[in-house]
Design a protein around this ligand. Structure first.
Ligand code: NI
Length: 185
């Protein structure tokens, strides 16, 4: 529901609270009590109360945003903006060394390189309290792909991930920052 005013688009966003911005509690439609969530299977005990507020966005920025979220398959702007907010909150969790976080580390390496697999295994054994699980597949005769799931204090999770990625012979390593989910809805 976009209303164009002098080159700005004004529309309502369900869920969340705009600091200082106009907002109002609404009922009915896809706002008010949200009983389904994105997967359509949210138990009633976890229903969230949705609020609607209005934000203003330059028209050109909104057009770019609409094109972007259409490509990504979002069904509406509200869900896309909710995901942006969640991403921002997760990034904040990762700014504090003592915050509890979750992460996956993806590693691609040649297992023929001497001592490489031993070093990766040693690192994981020495941080057993952080390593939740790992999966290893053999891509071909040389290359392995390993995904390690980590959980714990941000500073230690980040350090372990960086040390694994830095092991000599790891061709590509990437950490995906995510959350235990307790602080976001
Ligand atoms: Ni392998």
């Amino acid at each position: 529901m976009a209303l164009l005013v002098k080159g700005f688009a004004v529309y309502s966003l369900e869920s969340g609270e705009a600091p200082g911005g106009p907002r109002s509690v609404v009922a009915g439609g896809d706002t008010g009590w949200d009983a389904t969530g994105r997967d359509g299977a949210r138990p009633s005990s976890e229903r969230r109360f949705m609020e609607r507020y209005t934000i203003t966005i330059p028209e050109g920025l909104l057009e770019g945003f609409d094109a972007s979220i259409e490509k990504k398959g979002y069904s509406n702007r509200s869900e896309a903006i909710r995901d942006l907010i969640r991403d921002s909150l997760v990034a904040e969790e990762w700014a504090e060394d003592n915050d509890e976080v979750a992460a996956t580390v993806t590693l691609v390496y040649d297992h023929h390189i001497p001592e490489l697999t031993e070093k990766l295994t040693d690192l994981q054994h020495h941080h057993g309290d952080l390593v939740v699980a790992s999966t290893h597949i053999h891509l071909d005769n040389h290359n392995c792909l390993e995904v390690v799931i980590l959980r714990g204090k941000c500073g230690r999770v980040r350090e372990l991930a960086e040390r694994m990625i830095a092991v000599r012979g790891v061709k590509h390593g990437k950490i995906a920052h995510t959350t235990e989910g307790k602080k976001i809805t």
